[in-house]
Ligand binder design. Structure first.
Ligand code: F1P
Length: 286
């Protein structure tokens, strides 16, 4: 399933972008202090959104794992959950009191609907797969459009990302590092998670400038270092390690599609079924 869901992203993004631009009820208004929560992939999308919203000047925005939401007060709580059933997300919404809450989900027929003040349903982006791809990116596309931070040709760039070959020699690497800066840190973390989930790969993610402060010591000619951003001051250092380097010319979210494709390719090359990842379930319920 996962390959089909990856390939569906241009169509899903078009719908999500339209929805976001139409200013659906429940999303943050400019000036509000906002907390955004999720788990796993949904957390990484929350982190990307939070950094983008702050950068766009629309208000202080903090992202947290749903299990780590602090007691401090926010003007609004945004929850991202594909399944609508993840325990930590439901607990946080249940504890929100009089704070307005909104959930972005693929399945509104789930407990999240009873707990969130407003639900934005992206049923068209729901997935059969355990490993999330199109729901996550569609949710972020919606939020980017709502912020006015989505390039007009984003869906076309997704098509380009599907058609662009993967970096030559990538699949034969032993270690994979994804680097970002600002909002692309969330994308780097998500790319690293895709490789772990689908291909049981040794993958890591860092803010690009942090990579120099220790983690670069593991890089060698068996490594792939993939930049979602932050490469300007780092390329020479990374080149000296002998690692294979990938720098995107695409929108970073479109480039995430290439990392999703790499995860599937890598799983196949290792004899793994990306539709049946080890130790994972489609949603985590305690
Ligand atoms: C998120 C999650 C992911 C995990 C896997 C299954 O759940 O648990 O963290 O990577 O893809 O889903 P959800 O709250 O978005 O449904």
């Amino acid at each position: 399933y996962v390959l089909r869901e990856i390939a569906d992203q241009p169509a899903c993004w078009r719908r999500a972008l339209d929805l976001g631009a139409a200013n659906p009820a429940g999303l943050p208004e400019a000036g509000e202090r906002v907390a955004v929560i999720g788990c796993g992939t949904s957390l990484y999308m929350a982190q990307a959104y939070a950094a983008l919203r702050e950068r766009s000047g629309q208000g202080e925005t903090d992202a947290f794992p749903a299990s780590e939401l602090p007691a401090r007060r926010y003007d609004r709580l945004v929850a991202i959950t594909r399944s609508g059933t993840t325990t930590e997300v439901l607990r946080a919404l249940g504890a929100a009191g009089d704070v307005p809450t909104v959930a972005i989900t693929a399945d509104p027929e789930t407990p999240v609907t009873g707990l969130a003040g407003t639900v934005i349903a992206l049923e068209f982006a729901d997935e059969r797969s355990v490993v999330q791809t199109r729901f996550a990116t569609s949710g972020l596309a919606l939020l980017r459009a709502h912020l006015g931070e989505a390039p007009a040709d984003l869906a076309v760039q997704a098509e380009t990302a599907l058609a662009t070959p993967l970096p030559e020699g990538a699949v034969s690497r032993r270690q994979f590092t994804f680097l970002g800066g600002g909002w692309t840190n969330g994308l780097a973390r998500e790319a690293a998670l895709k490789l772990r989930e689908a291909a049981l790969a040794w993958s890591e993610a860092y803010p690009a400038m942090e990579y120099r402060h220790g983690p670069i010591s593991i890089a060698d000619e068996n490594s792939l270092v993939w930049f979602f951003g932050g490469e300007e001051e780092l390329l020479d250092d990374v080149a000296r390690t002998g690692a294979l380097i990938t720098v995107t010319a695409l929108d970073p979210m479109a480039d995430l599609i290439r990392a999703q494709r790499l995860a599937v390719e890598l799983a196949r090359s290792r004899g793994l079924d990306p539709d049946n990842p080890r130790n994972l379930t489609r949603s985590v319920i305690l």
